[in-house]
Write a protein of this length. Structure first.
Length: 131
């Protein structure tokens, strides 16, 4: 936890790191005069600002060396990923899901052996291809 200087203007609170910046801000804010816009004039050319006569004026306070805690950093969200294929499965011919031995594809209904034959060739098939 760190220490910061708090400036209160009415119901709002602001944190400042240095005392010089805090005192300068309070000095500037204390010179401001509260005004209201007068709408009672006949046309828009005659509207004007006048001092606010409200009895409940906002106060300006400076509180030195107050405890301050920065908000916790948000963790980066991980991208949604599909689960890894199970061991022993191969990608189906339709390329939409993985198929395990003695099972059928969920999307197209083809058996494991059809996809397995596509990825693994037998010795006789490889000899035919060489000739």
């Amino acid at each position: 936890m760190i220490k910061k200087h708090i400036i209160e203007v009415g119901y709002q609170k602001y944190a400042v790191d240095s005392i010089t910046a805090a005192t300068q801000a309070v000095a500037i804010l204390s010179k401001l005069q509260r005004v209201t816009l007068n709408h009672d004039a006949d046309s828009s050319d005659h509207w004007f600002y006048q001092p606010d006569e409200d009895k409940h004026r906002s106060t300006i306070e400076l509180k030195l060396n107050q405890n301050y805690r920065d908000p916790a950093k948000s963790k980066p969200k991980k991208a949604l990923a599909l689960p890894a294929p199970k061991r022993g499965t191969i990608l189906c011919i339709c390329e939409k899901s993985y198929v395990a031995p003695r099972e059928s594809c969920v999307h197209c209904g083809r058996a494991f052996s059809e996809s397995h034959n596509r990825t693994h060739s037998t010795a006789s098939q490889s000899k035919l291809r060489l000739l």
